[in-house]
Every structure is written in structure tokens, then in C-alpha cells.
Design a protein around this ligand. Sequence first.
Ligand SMILES: O=C(O)CCC(=O)C(=O)O
Length: 296
Amino acid sequence: MSDRPLLPPMAFITPEEIRKFHKDGFLVLEEFFSSDECDAMRAQIQRIIAGMDVPLSCRTEFSTKQEEQLQAQGSAEYFLTSGDQIRFFFEKGDFLIPKEKSINKIGHALHAYDPIFKKITHAPKVQALARKIGFQDPVVVQSMYIFKQPGIGGEVTPHQDATFLHTEPLGRVVGLWIALENATQDNGCLWFIPCSHTSGVTRRMVRAPPGTIPCTQFVGSEQVYDDSLFLPAPVGKGGLILIHGQVVHKSEPNRSERSRHVYTFHLMEAKETVWSKENWLQPTSRLPFPPLYTEN
Ligand SMILES: O=C(O)CCC(=O)C(=O)O
């Protein structure tokens, strides 16, 4: 039995849980958000989808090489400039499926522009969690709503978030991953290699020179991980998984008939930290990384 008190449930995180996070590189906190909070996020995303406007180049399959090139350029630009926007990304090759069924994720600034997601991101219990892990001046760098659609939601291959969100020094980024419905092995829960956050990063994704397709490239290569080292981290609706920026994690395809919606965002401890100018994601004049410790 956990020694977390039942009431008020979510704001309490025990020192033992914080030690476990630092040791394992991830921490599962069940019932961090209420069922109502999850339903509010899901309802809001349906409203956003109903009004979504996606450039044709990001939705249409083209046949000629020239058309393919145009599509690649359009999609690259659409992705690279999405850090301060709410934009829509789709599963590969599923253009015949209605767009609300083939959407893979929405990113990367729901936390800044949508009132419901902004409120969740800056919730006092989230701020309390950041304080518990010692963050003094955290900023929100990105957010995503991930759908993991039934039957077609693809795998996310083993990676460390610091590959994409690099800082100097390392160890300044955490992900908060919130299950908006039960996440199980059937519908594609996260898997982790415990304690894998202590050995640095071997691969970085950096911006390619302007005009280059693809718009990002990898420097170094991902290690080959022994599959037997991964442990599943199923979590109930409302549960939050805290993810160290260097812990190795993945998720498998959703082979079930149930979706697996999550809202996730990343925080960086900004104090004495340099955000890499080579990261694909950059703060902009429209949206500097917002401080976490503010009311919304
Ligand atoms: O939600 C998933 O399936 C994977 C998410 C993930 O690995 C990440 O955001 O770093």
C-alpha cells in the first residue's frame, strides 16, 4: 500500500517517490488528474479538431516526383515552424481514413494558446511536482496531444527526449505524460529501461541548414537496446508519468480497438541552463518559453 495520503490526492508526492524518480528515471503517479479534468481535455481536443485547418500539402498523397518534393517542403516547413503554433500531424499513409481518425498528434503549443491545456499545464499540483524535483525556474518548452488511434496508432521507437530537446548541461528537461484514458500494454502504454538516464546521449536531432529536406538530421546514432530491459508502465486514466529527459523509453503500436489519448508537455529548468540553438524547437518572439510558476 502506498503511503500517499488519499485526500487531497494528487498534490502529495512523497520523498520516497522523488527518490524513486531520481533512481529509475521515471515515476508513475496514479490519479494525478481527476476523471473530469481528463474529460475536459478530451472534449476540448474534439472542438479543436472540428475547427482544424491543415494545408493540403500535409494531407494529400502526390504522384509525381515534383509534387512529392513540394509536399516534403511544405510538410517540413509546417513541422519546423510548429513550436509556437497549434498544428496537426497524421499517421503515415492513411489519407483515405477521415482526418479525425488518422490524426497522430497535435503540437506544439497547446499549453500557450488553449485555455484548458494552459490551465492543466500550470495547475498548482504540477507546479508542486516541479518544486519537489528541485526546479527553481522551470519553463514550458512544448506540449503535445497524442492520439495513438485504435489499430493504426504506430510505435514510438526507443529514444531519449534529450535527443530532441538538448540542453547544456544535460539533466534539465523532464516530460509530464498524462493518460487521458487507461494506457495498457494492449493500446500502447509507455515502456522504460529503468536507470538508463545516467549514461548521457549518443544521438542528437539538429536543424539542417535552411532549405534542406529533410529539415532536421541526426548526429550520432541510437544505441541498440536489449528489448528484455524494457518494463511496461501501464497507468490509469488521470495518471501522470514523470519522464527524465535521458531515460530510454518507447511505446508499441496500438493493436487494440481502444484509443490511448495523452496530453504531454516538457519542462526545462531554465536556471543556469543553455537551450541548444541546434534543437528543432526554438523559442520565438511570439512565444518565448513561458515560466511554469505563474497563474493562468
Ligand atoms: O506517447 C507515446 O506513445 C510516446 C511519447 C514519447 O515517447 C515522448 O513524448 O517522448
